[in-house]
Design a protein around this ligand. Structure first.
Ligand code: EPU
Length: 336
């Protein structure tokens, strides 16, 4: 089914709760409807609006937003150990994780409670607690309106990296992701190496899928604001990746500064949240915008902020970090 909304109010469709409009918004349930949408409605300017969890509208969108709503989860193969699952783009990410855990399937449990929909997961290769979506993604199916065809791209051709993929670069604005295929496993693969995860899991009685999911949900709930209550888009900034020499210089000055080596690159990832925190911005508020008081990577709309206010505030945070540490932090959120 295709549903068309003219002059669509976006305030309930973006987790920052910013009140902008789109000239037109089209929801569709089945990927087979896309040729019809592009044939009949011929949007000249378009982009995908999925769950709206990683986007900041700073102005109205003068074009057509396309929202995939298909919610099927289908097992494609099961050899008793490995299971491949085809999931439509409109499935809530956490519903997929809950489904996998209920069915005894390992691979995405550390990504519990990440807001957003399955179709957006490959775009920024969502990640948390030592896991990334790319580790479980087998392929991504998408529609190319220019050519009018569907393509399934194997994961090895998706150029996945830390919050990176081909969908942010050469395929940006050219495709609509309609489904994602995952490879999950019945063999336990607990991944407990990150931060407090092991402690929280052991406190629950050990590394079962259910305990890991519960532990991650509890860690996230303690740190991250619920977008249903407080407007936010998760981490607003990416963790910066710098040369080892830069990181060592900073660590000599700031003992205990967290840094994570990036394998085989001679580079190190720093914690943007730590940098913002140590730049004195954690919990800082101006007008309707602020830095979350329990996780400095997250900017919040305390109520009624415009996208313009959020971005102005974000620039201030970036400037402060640069003044103090000489490090540039980039935004992770898609700014429109
Ligand atoms: N830190 C501070 N102060 C803060 C925030 C963090 O000192 O306000 C320190 C922490 O103590 C820790 C380090 O910085 O030593 C890293 O913090 P944390 O473990 O909370 O992870 P992160 O780097 O801040 C990343 C992801 C999150 C994900 C967590 C857990 C990015 C941009 N963010 O945050 O992802 O949940 O790891 O794996 O990579 C998201 O993308 O929206 C998101 C929430």
């Amino acid at each position: 089914m295709i549903r068309v909304f003219e002059n669509a109010d976006l305030s309930g469709r973006n987790s920052f709760h910013v009140a902008q409009h789109a000239a037109r918004l089209i929801e569709f349930d089945k990927q087979a409807e896309l040729p019809e949408i592009f044939g009949k409605l011929a949007p000249e300017r378009w982009m995908v609006l999925s769950g709206g969890n990683n986007i900041l509208f700073t102005k109205d969108y003068d074009g057509t937003l396309l929202t995939p709503c298909g919610r099927d989860i289908e097992i494609r193969s099961d050899d008793g150990t490995e299971v491949t699952v085809d999931v439509e783009a409109g499935v809530e990410w956490d519903d997929l994780v809950a489904w996998a855990v209920d069915n005894g399937l390992w691979g995405i449990e550390n990504l519990s409670l990440i807001p957003g929909k399955v179709g957006a997961a490959p775009v920024q290769n969502i990640g948390a607690y030592g896991a990334e979506a790319k580790d479980a993604i087998r392929s991504v199916t998408m529609y190319f309106p220019e050519q009018g065809n569907f393509v399934t791209l194997a994961a090895e051709h998706c150029a996945f990296g830390y919050r990176e993929s081909v969908f942010k670069h050469t395929l940006r604005g050219r495709v609509i992701i309609t489904s994602v295929e995952f490879r999950l496993s019945r063999t336990p693969h607990p991944n407990l190496g990150y931060g407090d995860v092991i402690r929280e899991v052991e406190a629950r009685g050990g590394a079962t899928l259910r305990n890991i999911r519960d532990a991650i949900c509890s860690i996230r709930r303690a740190k991250l604001p619920d977008p249903a209550v407080t407007g936010n888009a998760g981490s607003f900034f990416k963790n910066p990746v710098v040369d080892i020499a830069v990181a060592e210089r900073l660590q000599a000055e700031y003992q205990g500064m967290p840094m994570y080596p990036v394998a085989e690159s001679g580079k190190v990832k720093l914690a943007a949240g730590w940098l913002i925190d140590k730049a004195g911005m954690k919990g800082h508020r101006e007008g309707h915008v602020g830095v979350h008081d329990r996780q400095a990577l997250v900017l919040i709309n305390t109520g009624g902020a415009t996208g313009g206010e959020v971005i102005e505030f974000a620039h201030k945070v970036q400037r402060r970090v640069h003044e103090k540490f000489g490090i540039e932090i980039d935004t992770e959120v898609n700014i429109i």
